[in-house]
Unconditional design. Structure first.
Length: 348
C-alpha cells in the first residue's frame, strides 16, 4: 500500500512476508501531485507524506519507493525531518503491482502509457522508535506525451502507483492534492473535487485504485481565437492595401487612356501591384501560425507546423493567382474610367 514496499525476492518476485513493515500502520497519506510545471516544460513534482504508527520499535527496515519515470536523481527521503540516504535499485523481476498500466484514459479515449523503471528508490532506516512518525518522500518525474496526427496540442500523461504492496499492517486514509496549469483540461481515473485556480482534491478512506492516472492538455480555444483575431487584423490591413492599389490603378488607367497609349503600361503596373499582394498572403499565413505557436506557449505538438516552410516554393503559383485577380480588377476599373471620361464633355 501507499506506494512503498519491502524489496521483492529475486524469485518469484513477490513481496517478502517477514518485513518489519508488517508491524507498521499508515494512519494517513497526504499526496501532492504538482503538474503546473508542465506548462513551462518542467517535470512533475510529487510529494508523499505518510503518518506512520509503530506500536513497538522497529529495527533494520528497508523499503522501496516506486517512482516510475523518475527525472534523474531528484528525490529526497525524510523521517521526522531527518534526511535518509537512498539509492536507485534495479531488479531482474519486479512485482506486477509495481507496474503502471499499459494505457490510461485520456480526453479522447485510451492513451498508451510509456514509463521507465529507473525510479525504484531504496532506503533503509536502522531504527524507528515506537510511536507516531512522519515519512516524507519527494521526487520529480517526467510526464509522458501523446498526440494524434490531427491534434494541435500535446496531451501530457502521468501515473502514480498507489499500492505496490500489501505489506503494511494497515492503511487508514489518503488525501490527494492535484495541481494543474490554469486553464488546462484533465481527466483522471479517480474523482477529484474543487478546481479553484487549477487545484483539486481527493479524499478517500481507503486506496481508491491500483494507480492514479492523469491526462491533461492546454486548451487550444484561446489560441484559435487569438489566431482568428490576427487574421481579421491582417484582413483589414490587406483591404486597405487593396483600396490604395485600386486608386493607383485608376490613375494609371486614366493616364493611359487620355494619352491613348498601349495597354502595356497597365500590364506592367499590374505585375508590380500583384507582387506585394502575394507577399501579403504569406505574411498573413506566417502571422496566423506564429500567433498559434505563441499562444500555445510550447504546447504545440511536435511537427504541428512542419511543412509550412515548404509553402514558399508555391510562391510563383500564388503570384500568378494574385496577378490574375489584379488584371481582372484592373479591367473592371478601366471600364469604369472609360465611362467616366466619356460622360465628361471634351474627353474621350
Amino acid at each position: 500500500m501507499a506506494n512503498i514496499s519491502a524489496p521483492p525476492e529475486p524469485d518469484p518476485a513477490q513481496v517478502t512476508g517477514n518485513s518489519p513493515m508488517g508491524q507498521i500502520t499508515v494512519l494517513h497519506e497526504d499526496l501532492t501531485l504538482d503538474l503546473r510545471g508542465l506548462a513551462r516544460g518542467k517535470p512533475v513534482r510529487v510529494t508523499a507524506v505518510y503518518t506512520l504508527q509503530c506500536p513497538v520499535a522497529v529495527n533494520g527496515l528497508e523499503l522501496i519507493f516506486v517512482a516510475n519515470n523518475l527525472s534523474g536523481n531528484t528525490y529526497r527521503v525524510e523521517l521526522d525531518g531527518r534526511i535518509i540516504a537512498g539509492r536507485l535499485r534495479e531488479f531482474d523481476t519486479i512485482p506486477t503491482a509495481w507496474l503502471p498500466p499499459d494505457s490510461i484514459g485520456g480526453p479522447d479515449g485510451k492513451i498508451p502509457f510509456g514509463y521507465t523503471h529507473e525510479g525504484l528508490v531504496d532506503f533503509r532506516m536502522d531504527s524507528i522508535a515506537a510511536g507516531t512518525h512522519t515519512l516524507r518522500v519527494a521526487y520529480e518525474a517526467k510526464a509522458g506525451e501523446w498526440f494524434e496526427e490531427d491534434d494541435l496540442v500535446v496531451t501530457r500523461t502521468f501515473a502514480y502507483i498507489l499500492k505496490p504492496s500489501t505489506g503494511w499492517k494497515g492503511f487508514k486514509s489518503l488525501q490527494t492534492h492535484l495541481k494543474v496549469p490554469d486553464g488546462w483540461a484533465f481527466t483522471s481515473n479517480v474523482a477529484f473535487t474543487g478546481g479553484e485556480s487549477g487545484e483539486y482534491r481527493g479524499d478517500w478512506a481507503a486506496l481508491p485504485a491500483h494507480h492514479l492516472s492523469v491526462a491533461l492538455r492546454k486548451s487550444a480555444t484561446v489560441a484559435h481565437l487569438g489566431a482568428v483575431f490576427v487574421l481579421i487584423v491582417a484582413g483589414i490591413v490587406w483591404y486597405a492595401l487593396g483600396a490604395l492599389a485600386a486608386r493607383w490603378m485608376i490613375k494609371v488607367a486614366r493616364y493611359r487612356i487620355r494619352r491613348n497609349d498601349s495597354r502595356i503600361l497597365q500590364m506592367i503596373n499590374d505585375i508590380f501591384i500583384s507582387f506585394p499582394h502575394a507577399v501579403c498572403f504569406y505574411v498573413t499565413c506566417f502571422l496566423y501560425f506564429e500567433s498559434l505557436i505563441f499562444l500555445l506557449d510550447g504546447q504545440l505538438r511536435p511537427g504541428g507546423m512542419s511543412g509550412m516552410g515548404y509553402t514558399v516554393f508555391f510562391f510563383p503559383l500564388v503570384w500568378i493567382v494574385a496577378l490574375g485577380l489584379t488584371i481582372a480588377a484592373d479591367y473592371r476599373l478601366t471600364q469604369r474610367v472609360k465611362k467616366d471620361l466619356v460622360s465628361v464633355p471634351g474627353c474621350g
